[in-house]
Design a protein around this ligand. Structure first.
Ligand SMILES: [Zn+2]
Length: 276
C-alpha cells in the first residue's frame, strides 16, 4: 500500500470522480463519493449538498469527523444526510480511503426481484462469491420516517457491519467483501483509493446490466428460469486480482472522457493547466 496522495491532488481527483460517476450513471442528482483525509485519518471529505455533476471546486467540499459525522467546521454549509454511510465504513476499516454510494438503476432490480448479484464477467471478480444485502426495515421504530435513508450513526454502523471484517486483520485493513447491496435503495462500495472504488462502482453497475440482459435472453428463448453462467470461485479470485492490477488504466481514460464534456468543470485541473 502506497501512502495516499497529497491533499490537492486527491481533491482534484475527488471532483473528477464525481463527474465520472455521473457520466457512467452511477449517480444522478443523488449518490455520493467520499475520501479519507490523507493527512488526518480521523477526518473524511465529501461534497456539500450538490448534485455530483456540478461539483467543481475544493470549496464545494466539507470535512467531517469520522467519530460522529459532525462537520470539522461547525459553520460548514449543508451536507449530505447520508454521510454516515461513509463515516461508519471509514471507522470500521482503516485501509478504506474512498467510499461510494449509488442508487444504480441496474442494481436495484436485483433486490426487488430477490435475485443474487454474482460476477458474470471478468471485470467483476471483486464482487466475490456472494454480495450481502443490507435491509434497513428491521431497524425502524414506530415513529421513524421510513425513507430508506442511512442518516444517522447507528444506521451507518448497521450498514458498515455488512462489510465483513477481514479474516486476517494483520494482512488487510479492507473488508473481505467490497460491495453491499441496499434493499429498496442501491449499493455501497469502497476501496484503498478513489481509482479502485470508482472501478468497483462502475463494474458493479455493468455486471448487473449484463445479468439482466442474460436473464431476458433466456426468457425470450423459452429457457428455464435461473441457469445463468457465473464465474467459478477460482475465476472470481483470479479476476479480482486482475481488476486490482488494471483499474488505473480505466481511470485515466475516464478522466479524459469527462474533461471532454462541457457539463463538467474541475477548477483545480483548469488552474493546473494555467500554471503550465
Ligand atoms: Zn442513498
Amino acid at each position: 500500500m502506497f501512502p495516499p496522495p497529497p491533499l490537492p491532488s486527491i481533491l482534484r481527483d475527488l471532483i473528477t470522480a464525481n463527474h465520472i460517476l455521473h457520466h457512467a450513471s452511477i449517480v444522478d442528482g443523488y449518490g455520493h463519493i467520499s475520501i479519507r483525509h490523507p493527512a488526518q485519518p480521523s477526518v473524511y471529505i465529501m461534497a456539500g449538498y450538490l448534485a455530483p455533476a456540478i461539483v467543481s471546486t475544493a470549496e464545494d467540499m466539507i470535512e467531517y469527523h469520522i467519530a460522529d459525522g459532525a462537520p470539522v467546521d461547525p459553520n460548514a454549509k449543508k451536507g449530505y444526510s447520508e454521510r454516515y454511510i461513509h463515516g461508519e465504513i471509514f471507522k470500521r476499516f482503516p485501509g478504506v480511503h474512498c467510499v461510494i454510494h449509488s442508487h444504480s438503476e441496474a442494481v436495484i432490480p436485483f433486490m426487488v426481484a430477490g435475485v443474487p448479484l454474482r460476477p458474470a464477467f471478468h471485470m467483476a471478480g471483486f464482487l466475490g462469491e456472494s454480495v450481502p444485502t443490507f435491509d434497513i426495515t428491521p431497524l425502524y421504530t414506530p415513529t421513524s420516517q421510513r425513507d430508506m435513508l442511512v442518516n444517522s450513526v447507528p444506521l451507518g454502523a448497521a450498514l458498515a457491519s455488512h462489510f465483513a471484517a477481514p479474516a486476517a486483520p494483520a494482512d488487510s485493513a479492507l473488508p473481505d467483501n467490497l460491495v453491499v447491496l441496499m434493499r429498496h435503495h442501491g449499493f455501497t462500495t469502497c476501496g484503498e483509493s478513489i481509482q479502485d472504488a470508482v472501478f468497483r462502482a462502475i463494474y458493479t453497475h455493468k455486471n448487473a446490466a449484463i445479468l439482466s440482459s442474460a436473464a431476458t435472453l433466456r426468457a425470450a428463448h423459452g429457457l428455464e428460469a435461473g441457469g445463468l453462467d457465473y464465474l467459478s470461485e477460482q475465476e472470481t479470485e483470479g479476476c479480482r486480482r486482475m481488476n486490482e492490477a488494471t483499474a488505473d488504466k480505466a481511470w485515466r481514460g475516464w478522466v479524459e472522457e469527462v474533461r471532454a464534456v462541457s457539463l463538467y468543470r474541475n477548477v483545480m485541473i483548469e488552474d493546473e493547466k494555467q500554471k503550465e
